[in-house]
Design a protein around this ligand. Structure first.
Ligand code: ADP
Length: 260
């Protein structure tokens, strides 16, 4: 990207410490959880030991996306959790596994911070990259994440419309203020791929995130099309990144740009 440093997380054989990468968005429903799950699957497939912390307390969806919803989370006597393993080689822990399914959560800040800490300080073993699916916006979970766990980098997801991009700018600003390197911006639901003829159209516009990234001096990591196959595969716990399709390739290309 012109004029923007490559801030990719480099995992060298000698220095395999754990990197935390926060995935954020300005608002909900833009595909942040879908991106997180698929980046994790793509990173794991490329040989990087990868875990996912699902910190989205308002809509924990990683167990569904990675097909681990039937796996029980085990805690040791001293309350250290053991992450569940998905069929795609990704370890996961989710707020959704700490509460009963379908229960609304009305937690105050300290409880949320405590739950996040329990997920982050679980027995992640030799995990090299821990992706954290943050709740949308800039609240308690984000602050605890930034202050206590100091991510190595952050990825922000947005859809192409102006309104979503304004929210995304706020999320980028939060990471900037906390001096967390922004690895880049991803545009999701960019162009609709017709399931019948494969033609692309642009229900939410096109290119907005790339222009915003450029204007703000952040790398643009790529775009994922709005595609019914992504939605169906995600709901079925079959991440598109594990499939040999153009959608899968789009996720894999972004993963290759954030860590190698
Ligand atoms: P967020 O985490 O930002 O709230 P999700 O990842 O949960 O968003 O996605 C919201 C909904 O949109 C889900 O039903 C998901 O399957 C769907 N979705 C996300 N990205 C795409 C895409 N590129 N194409 C089609 N559906 C998508």
């Amino acid at each position: 990207v012109d004029g923007v440093d490559d801030v990719r997380i480099a995992l060298t054989a000698e220095k395999r410490e754990r990197h935390i990468i926060a995935i954020g968005s300005g608002k909900g429903g833009v595909g942040k959880s879908t991106l997180t799950a698929n980046l994790a699957v793509a990173l794991a497939a490329s040989g990087i030991r990868t875990g996912v912390v699902d910190a989205d307390i308002y809509g924990p969806s990683q167990p569904t996306l990675l097909g681990t919803q039937d796996e029980k989370v085990v805690a040791s006597a001293d309350k250290v959790l053991t992450p569940t393993s998905s069929a795609f080689g990704v370890k996961t822990l989710s707020m959704g596994q700490l509460i009963e399914p379908g229960r609304a959560i009305a937690w105050r800040g300290p409880m949320v911070g405590g739950a996040l800490t329990q997920l982050m300080e679980a027995d992640w073993g030799d995990t090299e990259v821990l992706l954290v699916d943050l709740p949308p916006g800039t609240g308690d979970v984000q602050l605890t994440m930034l202050q206590k766990f100091r991510p190595s980098g952050a990825v922000v997801v947005s859809t192409p419309q102006d309104l979503a991009l304004i929210d995304a700018t706020r999320a980028l600003d939060l990471f900037g203020q906390a001096k967390v390197p922004v690895l880049g911006l991803v545009e999701n639901m960019a162009g609709y791929m017709c399931p019948h003829c494969g033609e692309l159209s642009d229900p939410f516009g096109h290119g907005g995130a790339e222009a915003a990234a450029q204007a703000l001096g952040h790398p643009f990591l790529g775009r994922i099309p709005l595609s019914i196959e992504i939605r169906l595969a995600s709901d079925a716990g079959q991440p598109p990144a594990a499939q040999d399709t153009p959608q899968g390739e789009a996720f894999r290309a972004i993963a290759a740009r954030i860590a190698s």
